[in-house]
Design a protein around this ligand. Structure first.
Ligand SMILES: Cc1cc2nc3c(=O)[nH]c(=O)nc-3n(C[C@H](O)[C@H](O)[C@H](O)COP(=O)(O)OP(=O)(O)OC[C@H]3O[C@@H](n4cnc5c(N)ncnc54)[C@H](O)[C@@H]3O)c2cc1C
Length: 292
């Protein structure tokens, strides 16, 4: 089913994100995690596209298995990295053949060490071009990325919102945000999208913190801020891994509560392939938000 149709049903959707593991053993383990999370009734699970574009088969196998064997709706992330138009068309055909109905259309990041993103000679420089190309030939449901604190390459949030608007005008059906830790940033972003006439639903990206150095690395890369009180709390417990996980659960639960109160249309958990924190958060939010 298309995620856009699920979003139109009007209840808050909960979804999970996985990345393709390296070994077959880890893939098996991940599929077990998906089966465990099925009891929480996720609206869909998305699977990332490897940073260098090298996980094509694994990403597509996983979204296909999650949908067709486990019975959870799925979405494949897809980036422009190293891909020309013909590659994208082949991938699109493959996705259709597997019965997958949702794609998160992204530009991707420049390779490690590179200053700027370089498009494939026959490819796309920005996600809006990828969206237009796919939309021209398919009615598949398309999500795109949004950045509550602005994309790190963008000179301002307003300029970044102009680019987001182009993505939805070119055919995107919904927006999934980058992770953020301050719900006020998300709400400000949502207000600004509405002010620009963007009507597509926005799904909030939430990452339960499980490791202090990891979250610092991620936030440096993606430009999200850790609010000072959260940062201080993390520094106080950073030597105690259980306490860090607990703090991550508490903070993410509070974020979800704030967002639900504000009528958010979807919450997408960056699970980092682990179920523990996400499961705890959703159980705490029960009984209301878990769809039956
Ligand atoms: C929900 C989510 C999932 C993600 N999943 C993956 C994944 O699976 N694999 C992966 O490798 N990466 C993933 N990323 C990271 C993403 O690839 C990077 O954030 C990347 O740097 C930007 O991708 P984009 O699709 O937002 O690009 P774009 O929308 O192209 O934006 C990139 C930058 O260019 C600017 N821009 C956009 N369009 C134009 C234009 N027409 N003219 C001038 N400037 C423009 C924007 O303001 C922004 O600064 C994900 C990000 C999010 C938020």
């Amino acid at each position: 089913m298309k995620i856009s149709a699920l979003l139109r049903e009007g209840r808050t959707l909960f979804s999970f994100e996985f990345f393709p593991p390296k070994t077959d053993e880890d893939v098996r383990h991940l599929l077990e995690t998906a089966r465990t999370l099925k009891t929480l009734n996720p609206a869909y699970i998305s699977v990332t596209w490897g940073a260098g574009g090298g996980t094509r088969r694994k990403t597509l196998d996983l979204v296909s298995t999650i949908k067709n064997d486990i019975g959870i709706e799925s979405m494949a992330h897809l980036t422009c990295v190293g891909a020309g138009r013909r590659d994208i068309d082949e991938i699109l055909e493959d996705i259709h053949r597997r019965g997958v109905e949702n794609i998160l259309a992204l530009r991707g990041d420049p390779p490690k060490g590179a200053v700027a993103f370089v498009a494939h000679a026959d490819g796309f420089l920005h996600a809006d071009e990828l969206v237009a190309h796919i939309r021209h030939q398919s009615d598949i449901c398309l999500g795109v990325a949004g950045y509550p604190e602005g994309h790190p390459e963008s000179p301002s949030l307003d300029r970044d919102l102009d680019c987001l608007k182009r993505k939805v005008e070119n055919g995107a059906d919904f927006i999934v945000t980058q992770l953020f830790f301050n719900s006020a940033d998300f709400l400000r972003f949502r207000d600004k999208t509405v002010a620009r006439g963007i009507r597509q639903p926005i799904v909030a990206g939430i990452m339960p913190i499980t490791n202090v150095s990891q979250v610092k690395r991620f936030t440096t890369l993606c430009g999200a801020k850790i609010p000072a009180p959260l940062n201080e709390a993390l520094e106080r417990v950073q030597e105690n891994s259980d306490a860090v996980v607990q703090l991550g659960i508490d903070h993410a639960t509070q974020q979800c509560r704030d967002l639900l109160k504000e009528g958010v249309q979807g919450i997408h958990f960056y699970t980092l392939n682990r179920s523990h924190s996400t499961e705890k958060i959703l159980r705490r939010l029960q009984p209301r938000p878990i769809p039956t």
